[in-house]
Design a protein around this ligand. Sequence first.
Ligand SMILES: Cc1cc2nc3c(=O)[nH]c(=O)nc-3n(C[C@H](O)[C@H](O)[C@H](O)COP(=O)(O)O)c2cc1C
Length: 184
Amino acid sequence: MTDFKILGFAGSLRKGSYSRMVLNAAQRLAPEGTELEVFDLEGIPMFNQDRESEPNARVSGLKEKIARADAVLIVTPEYNYSVPGVLKNAIDVASRPYGTNVFEGKPLAIISNSPGQLGGSRANYHLHQVFIYLGSYMMNKPEMIIGNVDKKFDDDGNLTDEHTRQKLVELLIALRAWAEKVKS
Ligand SMILES: Cc1cc2nc3c(=O)[nH]c(=O)nc-3n(C[C@H](O)[C@H](O)[C@H](O)COP(=O)(O)O)c2cc1C
């Protein structure tokens, strides 16, 4: 029986995205009782404050799913030493209009990754800054920053690196414990 629901999204839209592969692996490795639903950010319109009170179905869907989830998991690459625009835009959209910020009080974990050695760490820390403002309960430990991510999957997109698999499971277990702690 599922009694802990995580909503996950990746900060990349591309088909062969490693971020998406990490998310898919987390979905498969979710411990018993935990379900990870993946939301694709494709189709989320660019934020325009003039129209923030008339969200389209994609935006309402995203906000509703975040609101209902017990926790949120974001897997992101790093673009130009920071958060990809597609992800920052989705966060902006889901935080508005004022008073309807669905990230407020939400337990949340961040995983960054990169084919480079630093694993998108700068994007990871920039995201922390964003969620401080939004009032989320960010899980600071365990930190997950995956460097050389392109070496960790086989050609079919399966996560083959045992260390990363273990760390993913640890993070999912810790996120549940964190969410329960925050709730109580
Ligand atoms: C616009 C752009 C900027 C990038 N900037 C960085 C960067 O600052 N640091 C980094 O480690 N990789 C950078 N990269 C490489 C990405 O880490 C790499 O393309 C990665 O595979 C993208 O994530 P995805 O596989 O989830 O789509 C950049 C890629 C793009 C397209």
